[in-house]
Ligand binder design. Structure first.
Ligand code: GTP
Ligand code: SPV
Ligand code: MN
Length: 612
């Protein structure tokens, strides 16, 4: 058996320290193609992490933060062009174009492979090739889902160590049954010629984020940024996993998971899908403002949900860390995230630096520091006309550091989901909360979910786009088949176990332009209403779009809002909804034949209820 010591540095391609034949072969092939100076097998240890981060500090990629304020933590600054997911360059290369659907870019797999082979030829010259065995979900899950990421970025290794379960334990488990693993190949696409100095954030102007759904493999080139480079997250746990889930009868979703305990001590679990930078991490770490209600966290970005033995929907969070939007995360809006961050062991990307070696971003504290170094490395003062932190700057923090983490996070069986929320960022039209009439009408709500675009993806911010189940950039197959899969899950769920579905919108504006609802911790009031709907306690008004809170049914005790203001946040404006219909028609037309007939019927019925 190979010891950890033998595996520190090896010649490329030789003596892979694994008994997993397919893995050894793949590593050898990749090394032969990419021609790194060294191949290194990541064990996931603290000692290894200390060594790699020290190397990154030396290289100027990481800045070590003030040990007292942020122990074991670092700041990274990306190339200014490499700050978000690149949806234009993200491909689903299914064998048939039809199976990628209209929401994905597609290229014929062999053509794509030829292109990628050209790009990867010698791509790791002058660098170390790291082999990271990882697992999404629990090591002792019934059907564990393994992956191996090969990367030439130490930043990726350090971040993957926070975001997923990685290293020797995973490798040993993978070897036990010679299990299948998702091969996930990543390069920043910046080889170094002999004597060439490296830059702090190597990347390539040409970027490709590619998925081969039938093979269940991933290839990513040119970017070091989160969702493009930490391949366990969006690439595996959503795009590839959604295909596996379709085939195996479960759901891989862009959802937070939280546990809610009522004053009577009854437990409920809620999963919620909001598009990127639309409030999942904040809701997952919610600090309730209403008495007697308790919230615990299970996940903040991804939920894998399967049908349990009693016909219930059960969810697990396959991740091990938070990769959260920094701006807007602060002591007043999200103290639980702040406490987790303060424990250290974190990597911050594209935030601002304080003069005492700490980090700062817009919304972190009520008071703005008098002087900062902004994410581009320039001096910054409150008079500056640019934000100090990039709008998509992120904190990467172990989930175990959340004080309110539920014990159930560690249960491979997951939790039973009682309610599902779909939400987006809409200034108008969409009320604070609406309960769907049925599962299918909830699937309709999810399928027509709309939101203003954010800084989480490259491109213009603030445009309203349809984002089905908040999965638009992450569905790994035909979007109509995906909606059909959602609708069909209903037949596997028991009538008395069926989760209720709600549409929410924390971002509606008043006629004066401000937020109609205070949001953040106050969202506990909306959760309470939803749970009381399940319990048959809260009153609702039957509207054309679904059930909304009846006057007085939403608990606003102690809230600085009048009943009139609550009515403004919750009301259904028939004219606004009629104006919404042509957009939904257009959206559904894009699905062509693959739109489920049940959703067509839902739209026709909605149209009729609106009197059109
Ligand atoms: P991803 O990690 O990109 O998937 O994002 P996310 O869905 O986890 O979003 P997150 O919770 O990080 O919130 C994104 C932004 O929305 C932050 O700037 C928050 O401050 C803001 N936000 C979150 N919840 C609320 C809310 O209830 N009301 C308002 N007005 N803003 C919110
Ligand atoms: C998102 O964009 O939805 C994120 C961040 O959660 S990333 O990992 O970059 O996808
Ligand atoms: Mn996300």
């Amino acid at each position: 058996m190979t010891t950890i010591a033998d595996r520190q540095v090896q010649d490329s391609g030789h003596s892979a320290p694994t008994t997993h034949a397919k893995l050894a072969q793949w590593v050898e092939e990749v090394a032969a193609l990419t021609k790194p100076d060294r191949v290194y097998w990541v064990d996931g240890s603290q000692e290894e992490n200390d060594r790699l981060t020290a190397q990154l500090v030396e290289a100027g990629t990481l800045i070590k933060l003030n040990e007292e304020k942020f122990p074991g933590s670092f700041a990274a600054f990306s190339d200014p062009s490499d700050v978000a997911r690149v949806e234009e360059q993200t491909y689903i290369c299914s064998v048939n174009e039809r199976d990628a659907g209209f929401t994905n870019n597609w290229m014929e797999p062999n053509e794509m492979k030829a292109k990628l082979n050209g790009l990867f030829d010698g791509a790791m010259r002058g660098r170390t090739m790291y082999v990271i065995p990882f697992i999404m979900g629990h090591l002792d899950a019934e059907d564990p889902k393994f992956g191996v990421e090969i990367t030439d970025s130490e930043y990726v290794v350090a971040s993957m160590r926070i975001m997923a379960r990685i290293g020797t334990d995973v490798l040993r488990k993978l070897e036990e049954k010679q299990s299948f693993f998702v091969p996930a190949l990543h390069s920043v696409g910046a080889p170094l010629e002999a004597g060439q100095a490296d830059v702090p954030w190597p990347c390539n102007p040409e970027k490709w984020i590619v998925h081969f759904p039938e093979e269940r493999s991933i290839v990513s080139y040119g970017s070091g940024y989160g969702g493009n480079a930490l391949l366990g997250k969006k690439c595996f746990a959503l795009r590839i996993a959604s295909v596996v889930a379709r085939d195996e009868g479960w759901l891989a979703e862009h959802m937070l998971i939280l546990k809610l305990t009522s004053p009577e001590g009854k437990d409920y679990h809620v999963a919620a899908a909001f598009p990127s930078a639309c409030g999942k991490t904040n809701l997952a770490l919610l600090d309730p403002t209403i008495e007697g209600w308790k919230v615990e966290t299970l996940g903040d970005d991804i939920a894998w949900m399967r049908v349990g033995a009693n016909g219930e929907l059960r969810a697990v969070n396959p991740e091990a860390g938070l990769f959260g939007v920094a701006p807007g995360t602060g002591w007043s809006t999200n103290p639980n995230a702040m406490r987790a961050i303060e424990k250290g062991n974190s990597v911050f990307t594209n935030v601002a630096l304080t003069d005492d070696g700490g980090v700062w971003w817009e919304g972190m504290t009520d008071e703005t520091p008098a002087h900062l170094t902004d994410w581009l490395g320039n001096d910054w003062t409150p008079e500056s006309d640019r934000p100090a932190a990039h709008p998509n700057s992120r904190f990467c923090t172990p989930i175990a550091q959340i004080d309110m983490l539920s014990d159930e996070y560690n249960d491979p069986q997951g939790v039973k989901i009682d309610a599902i929320l779909f939400g987006g960022r809409r200034k108008t039209t969409v009320p604070l909360v609406t309960q769907a009439r049925s599962w299918t009408s909830g699937v309709f709500m999810g399928s027509t979910l709309s939101s203003e675009t954010t800084a989480a993806a490259a491109g213009q911010v603030g445009l309203v786009r349809r984002d089905p189940m908040a999965m638009l950039p992450f569905i790994g197959y035909d979007a109509g088949d995906y909606l059909n899969h959602w609708d069909s899950i209903r037949s596997h769920l028991a009538e008395d176990q069926l989760p209720q579905i709600f549409l929410v919108n924390w971002f509606r504006r008043t006629s004066e332009g401000g937020f109609a609802w205070p949001g953040f911790g106050e969202n506990s009031r909306v959760l309470k209403w939803a749970i009381e709907r399940l319990e048959g306690k809260a009153d609702a008004v039957d509207t054309p779009i679904g059930f909304v809170p009846a006057a007085g049914s939403l608990d606003i005790k102690g809230l600085d809002l009048s009943e009139d203001e609550v009515a403004e946040a919750t009301h259904v404006d028939v004219d606004e909804w009629c104006a919404e219909l042509p957009g939904i028609e257009e959206w559904f037309a894009r699905f062509g034949d693959s739109l489920p007939a049940s959703l067509r019927t839902e739209l026709d019925e909605l149209t009729a209820r609106l009197g059109r």
